[in-house]
Design a protein. Structure first.
Length: 374
């Protein structure tokens, strides 16, 4: 049965992707599955559960509120909040019994003053991303000493994030080496501290980066961190996005489609309207450049993307298309990587952009499966 905007998510694919990633790790390295931003659009709780089913040892999110959401849904096991945490958000992270990341003396002082104990802290070195973390390894080593010496805190790890793992192997190798040298200093303070640096791209391309833990996001969903072909890495896409042909109508030369009448037919053609739009996460900036597969064939968008609809140029012969037919935005015949390259973004954004209005339907290789809430 057609739905206006439907994401079908194969939890068995997430499980298998995790199992494959884990099997490819160096001896002693564990898998942390990243389910931030609603599991890259797949549903954080469902993705976390499937990842654990596939052998993920850790779960990571970006924000404290995301950790709280997972715990409220019953997700157990080690949980890491990778991102910045404000004073207002800190109780959420600590109530969720999440490990947290620190790089500033002020933040560490706030942790010590929080009235809690047993707070597990990973110190963050900036080896080139230039966002969070500190560049000064000496200063961070002193902070690590403070953490190790504070009765309320536990020095649980050291972390960094690699900016160019998808493009520059030699540069990334050098960044990993710098981080590993720093990690030795942390290990001297806390022998059980976990060292972790790798994202999906590093995990797949640079075994030296595996260390104690890899943090894989995009790859667990079966999408290619290099933006080309997930199958080349043994990964299966978990998400298919579809809509359907709600209206099919002829357009005569001189007639237009959509807001601003930006598409005007020069030849007779047919226009299929699909009830999915930027309100569902199909961005307005993707006007005209994307294709949608209807009747087994890719067809170009025509005219503006609106909030609730997109319009597709079916061509002069509509015989292969009928009202009610499914339209595939991501799925067989159109990978997220392909759509992303058409519209000038990355596969990450294609799925992460999907809003709550898109119905998520969970299955395991075609068999109905319980979803996010259960
Ligand atoms: C999002 C994120 C990851 C996962 O990145 P992928 O490219 O999706 O594997 C890992 N580490 C940090 C710090 C992140 O923010």
């Amino acid at each position: 049965m057609a739905l206006r905007a439907l994401a079908r998510i194969n939890l068995a694919a997430i499980e298998r992707n995790c199992a494959r990633l884990r099997a490819g790790l160096r001896e002693g390295s564990a898998l942390c599955a990243v389910v931030k931003a609603n599991g890259y659009g797949h549903g954080a709780v469902a993705a976390a559960r499937a990842a654990q089913g596939g052998g993920a040892d850790w779960i990571a999110v970006a924000a404290a509120g995301e950790a709280a959401e997972l715990r409220a849904a019953g997700i157990a096991g080690p949980l890491l909040v990778m991102g910045a945490i404000s004073a207002a958000e800190l109780p959420l992270a600590l109530d969720a019994d999440a490990d947290i990341v620190a790089w500033s003396p002020l933040f560490v002082a706030a942790l010590r003053a929080s009235g809690r104990s047993g707070i597990r802290v990973h110190v963050k070195l900036d080896v080139g991303m230039g966002r969070l973390g500190t560049r000064d390894a000496g200063a961070l080593a002193r902070l690590a000493e403070q953490v190790a010496g504070a009765p309320e805190l536990e020095l649980a790890g050291a972390t960094t994030h690699l900016p160019c793992a998808d493009a520059d192997r030699d540069g990334t190798r050098a960044q990993v080496a710098r981080f590993t040298a720093f990690g030795e200093r942390v290990r001297a303070l806390a022998p059980h501290a976990l060292l972790h640096a790798a994202n999906s791209a590093a995990t797949l391309s640079l075994p030296d980066s595996h260390l104690d833990l890899v943090r894989c996001g995009i790859a667990i969903y079966g999408l290619d961190p290099f933006g080309i072909d997930a199958a080349a890495h043994g990964l299966e896409p978990a998400l298919e996005l579809s809509s359907y042909v709600a209206a099919l109508k002829p357009l005569a030369p001189g007639e237009s489609v959509g807001y601003g009448s930006t598409f005007t037919a020069t030849e007779p053609t047919w226009i299929a309207t699909l009830p999915i739009g930027y309100g569902d996460g199909f961005h307005r900036a993707w006007e005209k450049r994307g294709t949608v597969v209807i009747g087994g064939q890719p067809r170009p968008l025509a005219g503006r993307v609106s909030m609730d609809n997109i319009t597709v140029d079916v061509g002069p012969d509509p015989s292969g298309v009928r009202e009610g037919d499914p339209a595939v935005l991501v799925g067989p015949g159109q990978s997220a990587e392909r759509l992303a390259s058409q519209v000038g973004t990355i596969d990450y954004e294609i799925t992460t952009a999907l809003t709550d209005r898109v119905t998520r339907e969970y299955h395991r290789d075609g068999e109905p499966a319980a979803g996010a809430g259960s």
